[in-house]
Design a binder for this molecule. Sequence first.
Ligand code: UDP
Ligand code: MG
Length: 318
Amino acid sequence: MDKTLEFKKHTQQDKISIIVPCFNEEKALPKFYRAVSEAVAQIDGAECEFIFVDDGSSDRTPEILQEFSSADSRCRYLSFSRNFGKEAAMYAGLENASGDFCVFMDADLQHPPALLKEMYRVVKTQKYDCCAGLRIDRSGENHLRNALSHTFYKIIGKLCRLDMGDGKGDFRMMSRAMADSILELKEYNRYMKGIFSFVGFDTKWIPFHNVERAAGETKWSFRSLFRYAVDGILSFSSAPATMAGSAGILLIIAAVLAGICAVLFCDGLTGIPLLVCLILLLNGIQMVFISIIGQYVSKDYMESKRRPIYIVKKKGGF
Ligand code: UDP
Ligand code: MG
């Protein structure tokens, strides 16, 4: 029997699955567990389960999760064989969640547990399928990193035509229908912010101020953030291949203009002007063809992800 139905047979309450990716979070986890347990105790009409995913931690995270699950039947955990990354941890957590609603939360309490009650109220009583936290500032964080992130979200917004603005993170509570549709996207290179946007569904944003990590340190280095940013762009856009084509066309135009200038203002199209024109022209033509090949490769790459062609939110009269 379906896991959700089985649970509902015993209780009329909704179940909220709290999915927590954890990578070396031994310092933050006890605080997280305490704070979130207190927050969910305030929610009427719903119980919760914790799905912790230990993403190959080398500290005491697995032991702590084992202790949680022995002491509290609401706590379950998976331990990865190595570090697979937060995206993989979120996918594994969602795959193992049985709740009517699922919410992703970071283990460092940067996602305020106090918002859970309001999120549940919104997805339960309003027409929204998802209620997400919108971080409205980045106070207390590294300035260079903030500036780079801000630029990245501007670029990705323009390139991918999906709604992935700055501050729109993974902290969101969603309906079972939305969770299931996310699970249908089985691509290996995952970029969850893009996936949320891709699957659609109505989302309500609730603003919150940035909070500093409860304990421990951020797991992202500049290098890993850069890689993540490139992954994000490549997973949802073929714009870089198109850009190569635009650059090629500009080079061809430059070659033609240089040729005209050489004829009008120099001794005709000979010697160095001819050489410059030819270099510009040949490089331009090459760039255009590289872009065309890039478009084919990117189409094939997108096909290989086997994303659903459409996602149904509701059916009637069938
Ligand atoms: N995390 C993870 N695997 C990783 C990196 C991070 O599961 O490879 C988890 C981490 O334990 C935390 C969440 O993802 O619960 C967010 O990580 P972090 O706080 O380091 O990111 P930041 O808030 O600095 O963006
Ligand atoms: Mg954090």
